[in-house]
Design a protein around this ligand. Structure first.
Ligand SMILES: [Zn+2]
Length: 276
């Protein structure tokens, strides 16, 4: 810009915002992309929703993107987002559609009720889910992590011993497959968690956590074996372990949880349409 020339730019004109999907439903990951139309790149762009700040990371061009999780426990309806390019703000309204999830009734013996998992495993899993790495490691749609059949879909709600579990939903997808059959990385990333049943992963069993970057992570649990170690970089499709029944599990299966900013989102849109 020429020195000495002043321009009056309306507050709303320095960037454009795009929301995808335009009509999300519970479980969807909402992409909020800021397109900076001026010459100056944005600094620390972000989206604020309900007092929580979601960082925006650079995409190609002069675009920045935040990923916002929605989950079955959320209320459907209107969300007010504040999008900031670091200098100016825009207010944005997103309507999240309701969605009905199937329910299951589970009867547990006192025996199984008594196994709650260990603080050790929950602390490690919580720290893993909270990772927000600026790099983006994934590219294109995610792969199915097992060739077993889907035995439980995402979002199923439960009655335990006849009582509706308000805070429960199935936080991933289950694949039934034979013990030892391959489990692959659904997308590229860094192995940020390896937990073993023998070291206190009572509930999850043998576990691998993959950091895909920018607040997106996969957790793969109940494994029979683990073929990777923490710090390894993996490619999409790379074998990371075998299907098993370790931890609290009623038979050999893989549970894959996909997390965005520590919330378990529906992997289906990531598998089929993909998220840029
Ligand atoms: Zn599961």
């Amino acid at each position: 810009m020429t020195v000495g020339l002043t321009m009056a730019i309306p507050a709303s004109a320095s960037f454009q915002v795009q929301v995808k999907p335009s009509s999300p439903q519970l479980g969807d990951t909402v992409s909020v992309t800021l397109n900076a139309t001026g010459n100056t790149p944005s600094s620390n762009p972000s989206v604020v929703l309900n007092g929580k700040t979601y960082p925006m990371f650079p995409l190609s061009g002069n675009r920045y993107r935040a990923l916002i999780p929605t989950i079955p426990l959320d209320q459907p309806g209107t969300r007010q987002l504040q999008v900031s390019d670091g200098t100016q703000q825009q207010s944005l309204t997103v309507q999240v559609r309701d969605r009905s999830f199937p329910t299951q009734s589970i009867w547990l013996s006192d025996d199984k009720n008594s196994i709650q998992g260990t603080d050790f495993e929950f602390d490690r899993v919580d720290a893993f889910k909270a990772l927000v790495t600026p790099e983006k490691y994934w590219n294109g749609p995610f792969m199915r992590p097992s060739n077993g059949y889907v035995s439980t879909i995402y979002g199923v709600r439960r009655y335990y011993n006849g009582e509706f579990a308000e805070n429960y939903y199935h936080r991933g997808v289950d694949y039934a497959a034979g013990t030892g059959s391959p489990v692959i990385a659904p997308a590229a990333g860094r192995i940020a968690l390896v937990g073993l049943e023998s070291q206190g992963f009572e509930l999850h069993g043998n576990t691998v956590g993959i950091d895909h970057g920018q607040g997106v992570s996969s957790i793969l649990i109940h494994l029979s074996r683990v073929d990777v170690k923490e710090g390894d970089m993996v490619k999409a499709g790379q074998v990371i372990g075998g299907v098993g029944s370790t931890g609290i599990s009623t038979g050999p299966h893989l549970h894959w949880g996909l997390y965005v900013h520590a919330q378990a989102v529906d992997p289906v849109p990531w598998r089929y349409e993909g998220v840029e």
